[in-house]
Design a protein around this ligand. Sequence first.
Ligand SMILES: O=C(O)c1ccccc1NCC(=O)[C@H](O)[C@H](O)COP(=O)(O)O
Length: 203
Amino acid sequence: MVRVKVCGITRPEDALAAAEAGADAIGLVFYSPSPRAVDSDSARAIIECLPPFITSVGLFVDAAPEYVREVLSKVPLDLLQFHGDETDAYCQLFSRPYMKALRVRSGDDLNALAARWPGACGILLDSFKQGVPGGTGEVFDWSMIPVNRTWNLILAGGLDADNVAGAVALCQPWAVDVSGGVEKSKGIKDAAKITRFVHEVKA
Ligand SMILES: O=C(O)c1ccccc1NCC(=O)[C@H](O)[C@H](O)COP(=O)(O)O
């Protein structure tokens, strides 16, 4: 069964909509230039309203370790996601499971790249857009993804209810990750779009 993470959650009602739709995880963005960014108090309130068995993921981009530790002291995050140029050693500083996001560019050897983060529980493949670390709303060339891989693939980038079934059939990921494709506007999710997306993945 392919897992689903709904990322860029900014409101408790959107976290509940994701949980009720059957999503397995929610993502909270701790990167202030993003229109989907949340502060620690908001993030804690969102997580506190979740029912059991929904993984809470905190997302950072080249953050100072002190900031990550400050967030972790206030917010009960289950899993970390690093979207910048963080090394494996940096990602392992926080004694939490982590996923490393890689923004895919043509010609990348994705198996070789993934091997640089042996401590990662998953590799999130996302689209590359200059100056935009994530949440681009754009797909990348899924044919670049190696069929033979030893790492857990989380597929991201421009997914929505119309393309996700094809993406799953082609790429066979451990999980999929979506943000823009289930929104009314940046950071405001659409419950019906979330429900349709999860159905397309899990039906
Ligand atoms: O979502 C953001 O605004 C964001 C900003 C900076 C770094 C990462 C960000 N999102 C990370 C995610 O995991 C997104 O879900 C992923 O990039 C896919 O986004 P989308 O293409 O909109 O589905």
